[in-house]
Ligand binder design. Structure first.
Ligand code: PMP
Length: 279
């Protein structure tokens, strides 16, 4: 049976227990991280651990582990997974257990959960469909907070609208990101993605793709994307650690470009996939 790490112990998931007064449960007062593992290799562990440290410091929780300790937990959990499937490591740190009061005690001990789950190996290469929606989330989207209710409702709305996979979010006329992904678009051969200004999560896949495309023609620029530009895009892609780089072929029921995964996506995706293979 696979084990999870909870507060210093490795346990079967059925035996992993936390208090109902954990502030993650009562206030969604915590942060999380998801790190992909392909062919037994962790993709960009340092970048994920830096983002976790940033999320923790943004909400004033002391990082409960050093980088070395986090890596040790990952390798202990992965040692338990001997098949050749791909996995994602899920880390959740909450402020800890205390009286249900908005004002927290600075002495709380964070709750730390780490688990390793198989990745859904769905083939996204034929593209997915998306809807657009007003970005109804809070304004600190650079923090990877466990407060995910808007994302949960938006993904469900996308699915119920027309079986869509993602909701692409618009704030004051500008594209921010997907409910659980970053967004890229191509127009007249130019690749663009919104800049990291606090209204989006600094996606590790996004940053990697921007870097990989740096020496490429066309390269990717980080700049504002208007809703109108998105609707007229030749290609739209969404990115995340668990899905990679995925073409969006329909937006709000309308074809994106040719309605098929675009040529520039094929190029970008092959660069990203070969980076993963060469790990
Ligand atoms: N934005 C949001 C809101 C997300 O939830 C995610 C996935 N966790 C991403 C972007 C993509 O981030 P990453 O590439 O690090 O998975």
């Amino acid at each position: 049976m696979s084990l999870v790490y909870l507060n210093g112990e490795y346990l079967p998931i059925e035996q992993a227990r936390i208090s109902v007064l954990d502030r993650g449960f009562t206030f969604a007062d915590g942060v999380y991280e998801i790190i992909p593992v392909f062919n037994g290799k962790i993709l960009r562990p340092d970048e994920h651990l830096i983002r976790l440290a940033n999320s923790l410091s943004s909400i004033a929780i002391n990082n409960p582990c050093t980088s070395k300790e986090w890596r040790q937990i990952f390798s202990n959990l992965l040692a338990d997974r001997t098949d050749d499937r791909n996995y994602s490591i899920y880390i959740q740190v909450t402020r800890g257990t205390g009286e249900r009061n908005h004002i927290y005690d600075n002495e709380l001990v964070p709750t730390v959960l780490v688990m390793c789950n198989p990745v859904n190996e769905r083939d996204y290469s034929h593209g997915v469909t998306a809807i657009t929606h007003e970005d109804i989330r809070w304004k600190y989207c650079h923090i990877k907070a466990i407060t995910l209710l808007p994302g949960v409702l938006l993904k469900k709305l996308a699915k119920d609208t027309d079986g869509s996979f993602e909701a692409i979010l618009i704030r004051e006329g500008l594209v921010t990101e997907g409910a659980s992904s970053n967004v890229f678009m191509v127009s007249e051969g130019q690749i663009k993605t919104p800049a990291k200004d606090g209204s989006i999560l600094a996606g590790i896949t996004r940053d990697l793709l921007v870097n990989l495309l740096q020496d490429n023609v066309p390269c990717c620029t980080e700049q504002k994307i208007t809703e109108q530009e998105l609707r007229q895009a030749d290609e739209i892609w969404i990115t995340s650690s668990t899905i990679g780089v995925v073409p969006v072929i329909m937006l709000d029921g309308m074809q994106v470009g040719s309605g098929k995964p675009g040529e520039i996506w094929k190029l970008a995706n092959s660069i990203y996939e070969s980076y993963k293979r060469e790990l």
